[in-house]
Design a protein around this ligand. Structure first.
Ligand code: GLA
Length: 386
């Protein structure tokens, strides 16, 4: 057991005075394929060595006792009252319980201490990890009989319906289905998936954490989703068979540029291009051509910055810094946007040098110390032996 897992277990034992069961759900990275999940395209995520942990035990009544170890705060409620609380953080746990109730799955109360080493708001999907972890744990504790994919879909609905963030399925899928040293190519339409080994002998993946999350992140995310749906509606008038942007191509979108109007056109252009790019990128990965893979990452960033318009000055600055750095094969913003991390494909031997340069540049420009995380790809959600 690592020290973070032990810390969460010990917090539980100290507070509740008995031995819990312990569960872990990792955060995710995404190599390429951004904002494609809710357009039924492809994504290429992996689960990482930073995770959320739940130490948990059942109760006989319907009381729920939560302890947020990293915040030093507690919250209690009864299962028959899931109204939104004053502190923001229990919203994710309530969202999960709301889903279980909607599905008619019965549980008893429980006590849980949770926390971890996954930075919150850094675009590594801490909320998805938290929801998946609790659902997985309750499924085990109360024998609910949910299979992995049901957990994934329920966690996504929890986010969509209770939290109000209309996210796609990538984060939850990656957190649950992650596999050591592998990236997952997921078809977000059929939910078929394939693992590819990610070779880390010559290159490492390094995340640079801007430490910012701009307040428009969630509202702009939901707006992008609506803009894509609007694009589909317009294209459907000509091609009724188009169900999502997955069914369109950049060429087809270009034919209808005037009718789509400047904003919707840019959104559709990016998404259809990005869906194609993921497939090309996967082929490059299989050939072991990481240099060309890195170029695709830059193309994705350019699209996210100028066409999809979900980047921000901090992310653009960090990507810009890498463009003429010989140690870097590719870089881009990662996740929903408006803050969080950039993902960088860095020549292994040059990683120290890379981090030093990035930290110095970011400090000088924004006065913020830049955390850099070297990624290790680990297994997805599971119980941890106490
Ligand atoms: C967030 C969402 C995901 C996905 C990414 C962008 O992480 O939760 O579903 O849409 O943004 O690729």
């Amino acid at each position: 057991m690592n020290s973070t897992a032990a810390r969460i277990r010990d917090a539980f034992t100290e507070k509740f005075q008995h031995t819990p069961r312990l569960f872990r759900s990792p955060g995710r990275i995404n190599l390429i394929g951004e904002h494609t999940d809710y357009n039924e395209g492809f994504v290429l995520p992996a689960s990482v060595d930073k995770a959320v942990y739940f130490a948990i035990a059942p109760r006989e009544d319907d009381q729920v006792q939560l302890e947020a170890v990293d915040l030093g705060e507690s919250f209690e409620f009864r299962l028959d009252d899931l109204s939104k609380p004053a502190p923001q953080w229990p919203v994710y746990q309530l969202a999960v319980l709301d889903q279980l109730q909607k599905a008619g799955l019965e549980i008893k109360g429980f006590q849980a201490s949770f926390g971890g080493d996954l930075p919150v708001g850094a675009g590594m999907s801490s909320s998805a990890a938290l929801e998946c972890c609790l659902l997985f744990a309750l499924n085990e504790l109360f024998d609910l009989g949910l299979v992995q994919l049901e957990i994934v879909k329920m966690a996504q609905r929890a986010e969509n319906e209770y939290v109000g963030m209309k996210c796609g399925i990538m984060d939850q899928f990656a957190s649950v289905f992650g596999k050591e040293q592998s990236v997952i190519q997921l078809d977000c339409r059929s939910l078929e998936y394939q693992y590819f080994p990610f070779p880390m002998d010559e290159y490492l993946l390094v995340l640079c954490d801007t430490k910012v999350k701009h307040s428009l992140a969630d509202s702009e995310y939901n707006l992008r989703r609506q803009e894509c749906e609007r694009g589909v509606e317009i294209l459907q008038k000509h091609y009724p068979e188009i169900r999502s942007l997955r069914d369109a191509t950049p060429a087809l979108v270009a034919e209808h540029e005037d009718e789509l109007g400047p904003t919707i056109y840019k959104r559709c252009k990016f998404i259809t291009g990005e869906i194609q790019r993921v497939q090309e990128a996967c082929a490059l990965l299989l050939e072991g051509d990481l240099e060309s893979f890195g170029e695709k990452m830059y193309e994705t960033h350019d699209g996210l910055q100028h066409l999809y318009e979900v980047s921000c000055p901090e992310l653009d600055f960090l990507v810009e810094q890498t463009r003429y750095n010989a140690d870097v094969a590719g870089a881009r913003m990662m996740g929903g946007g408006f803050g969080g991390c950039t993902i960088n494909l860095v020549w292994r031997e040059g990683t120290d040098r890379f981090e030093q340069k990035m930290k110095a540049a970011y400090q000088k420009e924004f006065g913020i110390e830049l955390p850099c995380y070297r990624v290790t790809i680990t297994d997805g959600t599971a119980e941890v032996e106490v």
